[in-house]
Design a protein around this ligand. Structure first.
Ligand SMILES: Nc1ncnc2c1ncn2[C@@H]1O[C@H](COP(=O)(O)OP(=O)(O)OP(=O)(O)O)[C@@H](O)[C@H]1O
Length: 262
């Protein structure tokens, strides 16, 4: 049973099968994300990251397991939690004909944000979107859309933020700027962040703890520094490759058990 009301997220035994006969997309996932922490979900294509985030948001019904988000059981009380959560995903397109300001206003109303115009101006200033507010969302570059999506995800000052590939289409300079911004925002707001990313440098920089998924299962976890030490590597990219290619950690490679596992 999960009872951790003080956690931002407490997940136990979370499982998703899209088809009864097929392989599960997520299997028996359990973790507790503390309030105010940033954790990462790592894994190759098809590992189950997006499926996990969709279940955490109540967009997909789990086949098994339980989710407590900000102390609310998502199976019975999801709207209380969702009002204090938000997300950003490259898979969700903003209505193209609405301007950036109109898009943000729709979301501000959906979340019942007090003084919505003021909040939008504040976010636009913080995320350097002021010059884009009157532009139709459909005319923006991929990088500009990503920054607007980030503003959308913060409109209700969430206590729990789920970010799927938040810097995927950003150039290195803007990506770095967004990462610094997210670090500062988390520190100032106390918001907990769960981040799915293929960018190892991003995960290493932002995340206190990383869950590594392969074929829907957590195959390893730990802080970036603990993973680097366990795998005897200098950067998380090499750790990711060791796990994806089933080469094992440093001890397993040394005694040859990784080759037997693969
Ligand atoms: N709607 C769906 N119906 C059936 N299977 C699905 C569906 N969505 C995802 N899957 C399967 O579930 C598994 C996990 O997919 P998911 O999109 O969660 O992975 P991911 O880690 O987000 O991958 P990526 O890094 O490519 O975005 C994959 O095998 C995928 O084919």
């Amino acid at each position: 049973m999960i009872t951790d009301d003080n956690a931002a997220l407490a997940v136990q035994g979370l499982t998703k099968r899209y088809r009864p006969e097929g392989a599960p997309a997520v299997v028996d996932l359990s973790f507790t994300l503390p309030r105010g922490a940033t954790w990462g979900l790592l894994g190759g294509n098809g590992a189950g990251k997006t499926t996990t985030i969709a279940m955490l948001l109540g967009l997909l019904v789990p086949s098994g397991g339980r989710i407590l988000a900000l102390g609310h059981d998502m199976a019975v009380d999801r709207f209380a939690a969702l009002a204090r959560m938000n997300f950003s995903s490259p898979y969700v397109a903003l209505p193209h004909r609405l301007s950036v300001a109109e898009n943000l206003m729709v979301y501000a109303h959906l979340y019942g944000v007090p003084k919505p115009r003021q909040r939008i101006e504040e976010l636009a200033e913080q995320l350097q979107l002021t010059d884009l507010l009157k532009r139709p969302a459909g005319e923006l570059s991929a990088g500009q859309k990503t920054r607007v999506a980030l503003a959308k995800s913060l409109v209700n000052r969430p206590d729990l933020l789920l970010l799927d590939e938040p810097t995927a289409s950003l150039d290195p300079d803007t990506g770095d700027w967004v990462r610094s911004w997210l670090e500062r925002y988390r520190a100032e707001s106390g918001c907990a962040i769960l981040l799915a990313s293929h960018n190892m440098a991003e995960v290493e920089r932002l995340c206190a703890e990383v869950l590594v998924l392969r074929a829907g299962r957590v195959v390893d976890r730990g802080s970036p520094s603990a993973l680097l030490e366990r795998y005897g590597r200098d950067d998380l990219e090499e750790v990711f490759l060791d796990i994806a290619r089933e080469r094992g950690n440093a001890a397993e490679r040394a005694d040859g058990s990784a080759e037997q596992m693969a």
